[in-house]
Design a protein around this ligand. Sequence first.
Ligand code: CP3
Length: 349
Amino acid sequence: MNKPSTGKRLIDALAHRPVDRPPFWFMRQAGRYLPEYRKIRAQVGDFLELCYSPEAAAEVTLQPIRRYGMDAAILFADILLIPDALGQKLEYREGEGPVLEPIRTGAGVAALDPATIHERLSPVYETVSRVAGALPDGTALIGFAGSPWTVACYMVEGHGSKEFQETRLWALRDPQVFGALIDVLVEATTAYLGHQIEAGAHAVQLFDSWSGVLSEDQFARWCVAPTQAIVSQLKQRYPDVPVIGFPRGAGSKTADYVAATGIDGVGIDTSMPVGWAARTLQSTVAIQGNLDPLAVVTGGKAMEDQARHILGTLSNGPFIFNLGHGIVPQTPPEHVAALSELIRNWRNA
Ligand code: CP3
């Protein structure tokens, strides 16, 4: 516990080093709740275009940092850039979200082309290096990708869903061919995150937004094993770059996920009891989460009470304050300011 500080609270917390107060950042901290984001988004027009425009993407990455001074910026991009780069047709429709041409056969998997993904993704790496060069010294830059399971959910279903039944059925019926898709994603994701690290990301996060729809055995096979493969390859090449995993909805299966994957930090969603997380997980891994994003819509006492409960329970171990899922578009920016102030004024015992 007495190793010297890295000068970045987020990186210190992930390495179980002492911090004066918990680092904080918020999932979807860049986005539609901010008027300055909406302005740039309207100028660029298309969301994908924005992800592939380094100057504009770097600007929207930095917008929340200027306003609120979080301890980390997160690259502005999307988890579905990987299917796009692999050659799957993708568009974002206003009010509908992402729409892809579904892949449900071995031929569909074979048609994916990993050879040229980094050409398509090179603007993202440029965004990373621009942001890394522009951030204050104490602010970490988080790179990210979707986990293979969650990205596969969109690739197979072709759109968002609550249950992802087509994907789960395919995984159960034909694990060999579905497994080939997951293998393509493990390789592409590892290389993608490696490039982000080379470009200047100080940490990376894997978003597994739909791990909660799986049974115990399917979770082990499609969430834990691919994540473990990505983490072990990254750790071989970049032993000092921390990896955060966010198996949203995994509940008590999070304990197996932490033990098997070797991640440095774990995101916990709003449904996770923080006392359970502190007792069960925090001796081995830094915890990140879990304020209800709707409490930030409400603001006031409801938000502050919940934030204090989380801080009081988790801040004496390795901990990163965050929400249990992303900031929603109807969030008043001044509530994010009040929350940032509350955390900034917190002092660890
Ligand atoms: O600030 C940040 O957090 C960084 C940028 C970021 C975005 N998406 C930008 C975005 C990150 C980290 C993501 C991750 C992401 N994308 C996830 C995992 C986290 C989660 O929310 O569970 C998922 C599942 C996606 C896929 C995706 N992208 C969906 C389902 C949608 C439509 C829903 C929506 O919120 O509109 C998107 C679009 C998207 N990604 C937007 C943003 C800012 C909104 C696009 C717009 O400006 O219209």
